[in-house]
Design a protein around this ligand. Sequence first.
Ligand code: ADP
Ligand code: MG
Length: 262
Amino acid sequence: MQTVLELANATVWRGDDASIAALQEVSLSFREGESVAILGPNGSGKSTLLQVLAGSLRIEATEDADCRLFGEEFWDIETLRHRIGLVMPEEVSRFDPDEPAFQVVLSALRGSYGVVPGMRFSIKDRERASRAVDAMGAEELVERPFGRLSSGEKRRFLIARALTHDPGVLVLDEPTTALDFAASAGLQKVLRKLLKRGRTLIWVTHHPGEIPPEIQRVVMLKEGRVFADGPKKEVLTDPRLSRLFGLRLKATWSAGWCEVRA
Ligand code: ADP
Ligand code: MG
């Protein structure tokens, strides 16, 4: 099976003077068809890892380090955008705030951030975008300027955007932040359907309770390093969770779902 991401001894420096080691000697791989939840405290490197996976951040070039996306050491960002659906908070600022929200979704079909003059869409394209919008329950907001939506409404459109072209890999950075109950439930439903269809899901969350039973693997990150990686039941244990977050935590299980409480 093809790998989506292969990292060996990967270090990523961030900050203006590149003094923050956001990832340190990380070795990890995600295979196609596999789904993974990523868990870790604020600043542990989760979003950095996703940006590496999206091809937008580079690892430090050292002799023993390696980073491959879909098996390739060098990739084309346009091709990646078609293969990976991204939901990341920083994406919001990439769109013209006056653009109708529907165009945010539609433009994903051309791998672009918004519709530019000369871009053409077929009826089929519009139907695909509408289906994704419907799945997120945002059909009534399609004409509204994207910049004037609430953060939860914007998030619904970013998720719809990531779903439009039905990519093989979906990468979600805390997707339920700012979503209300109905939107979170809608997202759960869509994602579980995709999981059943064998899509690859890489999902960063602060809420283990959101991880559906279909996701079997959990990766914990702490201070830029892999703290644990393995089957959900083996990773989400009380001592591990407590050490990860520096607080006494207790996990309870029911039908493949895990609830964590302090
Ligand atoms: P997480 O998503 O787990 O909260 P991040 O990957 O965003 O963590 O951040 C990892 C580290 O990199 C943190 O110390 C954070 O402050 C730093 N960092 C993240 N983004 C930037 C940025 N754009 N500029 C400078 N430092 C950053
Ligand atoms: Mg983050």
